[in-house]
Design a protein. Sequence first.
Length: 343
Amino acid sequence: MSSPAAEAALLVDDPRFSDHAPPAYHPERPERLIAARAAVARANVAWTAIAPSRATDDALVRVHSASYLAELERMNGKKGYIDPDTYVNESSIEVARLAAGSVAAMVAQIVSGPVKRGVALVRPPGHHARESQAMGFCLFNNVAVAAAEARALGLPRVAIVDFDVHHGNGTQEMFYADPGVLYVSTHQFPFYPGTGALDETGTGEGKGFTLNVPMTAGGGDAVYRGAFERVILPVLDAFAPSIILVSAGFDASLRDPLAEMTLGAAAFGWISRALRNVADKHSEGRIGMVLEGGYDLVALEGGLLSAIHGMVNHDAEEILREVDHDDLDRAEATARRAWAQAL
C-alpha cells in the first residue's frame, strides 16, 4: 500500500538566521534551528522555499516607530546586551530584518499563490518586541510585521493566535486599538513579561479584539484543549478571519527549562489542526506559523513536528482522545471569564 502524497506548504528558512548568536550560553541560541529543521525534515510535506527578503523601513514602520529603527541601525555591526535578556552581535540587526521581511514575504505568497499554508523558522523571535523597544530576546516583531503586510495586501481581518508560554505583549500593544486584528494568547500567568491579564481586552474601536486566556502554572493538554474548544475557537469562528497567523512557541512543553506548563508534543498538533480547520472554513485555508520560543531542543523538535502535521497533513493521527473533564471544566471557567471581559 502506497503512502499518501505529501501536502504542500511554504517554508521560510535561511542559514543566516543562525548568525544571530550570543557571546556565551543563552537559551535563545542557534541550536534551536537545528531542532526546528529536524522537525521539518521529518514531516511528510512538499515544501516550497520562500526566497529570503530583508524587511524595508516601510514594512517595519507599520508597527515600529521610525526612531526605533534608527536606534537599532546605530547598533548594526556592534555586539552587547540591550537589556539583561536581549543580546545583539555584529549580524543581529540584519538577521532580524531578514527574519521579519521573510515572514512578510511568506504571507504575501499565502495571499497570492496556490499554497495556503506556511511555516517560518526564524530567529530572533519577535512577539515581545514593542513599537519602540527590544525585549525578551526579540528585536523586530515578526508576526506583527506579517499581519500588517496582510492588511496592506487587502485582507480585512487578521487573527493572531499566540500559544507561546509567555504573553506576546508587543504584538498585543501594536494592535490593541485595531478591530481588524484579533489577538488571542494563551500563556502562563503571572509570568514574564507580566502582561496578559483577563481585563486586557483592547481599547477604543479595538475593544473586544484582544482575548487573553492566562493559565496557572502546571496546566497540561486538557486545560489547553478546554480553553481552545470552549472559548478560543468560538471567538475565532465569530471573527471569521481572512488569514490566521500563529505565534508558535513551544515553551509550554513539560520539558522546557524557562516555564512551568506541562504540554506534551501531541497537544501542539491538536491546536494546529483546530486552527487549520478555522482557516479552511473562513480564510480559504490561509494560515502561517511563525517560530517564537521553545528552549528544550527535544521538545521544540517534537512540538513543531506535531504542529506541522496538525496544520498541513490531513492524515495526521487524532490526538487527545481522552481528556480529564474536571480539567476541562476548570479551563472553561477560566477562559469564559476572559471571554466575558472581551464582550
